[in-house]
Design a protein around this ligand. Structure first.
Ligand SMILES: Cc1ncc(COP(=O)(O)O)c(C=O)c1O
Length: 379
């Protein structure tokens, strides 16, 4: 029987606990496990860096939701990315990254991986020709975000998978903005899916975490080896919180999408707004591709404000119900100025974001209240 997404979110990896029948996976807050004689492991558990039952439940659930062979949970999205880069690349290798990648991903490549001999080229991922041109013989990864953070650019996952595979490289998709409910990159040819589970997957702004889901069991085992060897794992309580959030991922994403569609429409008609970046709008450059590979268009909207940087900062400062803060994907709405906040580390680089840009993470509050708050903030 093929189970639906919401059934998997609630049950995959989450059998009732055998001893007591507890319906919710317990928090196995333990570092080690009693062995029944030397080497006599129960269910394979020996030490919680290598494996922990709460983390296993989360990992199996993530693997099921993304349709991969192996799921792995990490201490943060960047910890997951670092583990992937050091598993898949060696000194002398090259990667192609988006020209509007999340600032922290850009920093990881430009300031950390580069020092260890991994070079990178940024490419416009909405243009497959630009990706093809950036690929070199030593390219091991083509790194895709779709939608991108913060410009909401859309990349055609299937087209980029074909280009990467033709060149002998792997396609990595950071699926943080869409979540597996809206988009399942492995079904479109991706080799690895990355998540900052801090965002929609966890969904309640109460835990930092990351995940990797591998399409192929061989790569999955290599990643699992590095997860243990490098040690940047999700702890049991963080894994539990994330798993608790996942149960409602489908219903939350529907509401995020409903609210964001209304807000994108409102902003489009507003005199103070120069441009609205939301893939659900028919005039968005990536609308058709987004409609092909996403179930709906999600809860993230960016917009450019008439009046430049100061006007954009002013909107962020005036909003009340939209909390001024970094991060995204929680039930509460957030507003931020990427140029001075989340993407400040890209200043002066090819990935610098426009100074008049405001980013919204549209929450699941009553939409009329959100609209009233934005109307007030825009003045
Ligand atoms: C698209 C994207 N990828 C990765 C990350 C990094 O994740 P974390 O903050 O959990 O390390 C973020 C964080 O904002 C993100 O937005």
């Amino acid at each position: 029987m093929t189970l639906g997404f919401d059934t998997l979110a609630i049950h995959a990896g989450q059998e009732p606990e055998p001893r007591t029948g507890a319906v919710v996976v317990p928090i196995y807050q333990t570092s080690t496990y009693k062995q029944d004689g030397v080497g006599g492991l129960r269910e394979g558990y020996e030490y919680s860096r290598s494996a922990n039952p709460t983390r296993t439940a989360l990992e199996e659930c993530l693997q099921a939701l993304e349709g991969g062979q192996t799921g792995l949970a990490f201490a943060s999205g960047l910890a997951a990315e670092d583990t992937l880069i050091r598993t898949a690349c060696r000194p002398g290798d090259h990667v192609v990254i988006p020209d509007d990648a999340y600032g922290g991903t850009f920093r990881l490549f430009a300031k950390v991986a580069e020092r260890w001999g991994v070079s990178w080229t940024s490419a416009k991922l909405s243009d497959p020709g630009s990706v093809r041109a950036a690929i070199r013989p030593e390219t091991k990864l083509v790194w895709v975000e779709t939608p991108t953070n913060p410009l909401l650019g859309i990349a055609d996952i299937a087209a980029l998978a074909a280009i990467a595979h033709e060149a002998g490289a792997r396609l990595v998709v950071d699926n943080t903005f869409a979540s597996p409910y809206l988009q399942q990159p492995i079904a479109h040819g991706a080799d690895v899916v990355v998540h900052s589970t801090t965002k929609y997957v966890g969904g309640h702004s109460d835990v930092v975490g990351g995940a990797l889901i591998a399409a192929d069991a061989g790569l999955g085992e290599e990643l699992r080896y590095h997860q243990n060897a490098m040690g940047a794992i999700a702890g049991p309580f963080d894994a539990w919180l994330t798993l608790r959030g996942i149960k409602t991922l489908g219903v939350r994403m529907e509401r995020h999408s409903d609210n964001a569609e209304r807000i994108a429409e409102f902003l489009t008609g507003h005199a103070k707004v120069a441009q609205v970046l939301y893939p659900g709008l028919p005039d968005h450059q990536g609308h058709e591709i987004a409609a092909k590979q996403m179930l709906r268009f999600g809860g993230m909207i960016s917009f450019r404000v008439n009046g430049g940087e100061e006007a954009a900062v002013e909107v962020c400062n005036r909003a009340k119900l939209f909390t001024l803060g970094e991060s995204l994907g929680g039930v509460e709405s957030l507003i931020e100025h990427p140029g001075r906040m989340t993407h400040a580390s890209a200043a002066g680089s090819p990935l610098e974001v426009p100074a008049d840009l405001v980013r919204l993470s549209v929450g699941i509050e009553t939409v009329d209240d959100l609209l009233a708050d934005l109307a007030e903030a825009l003045g």
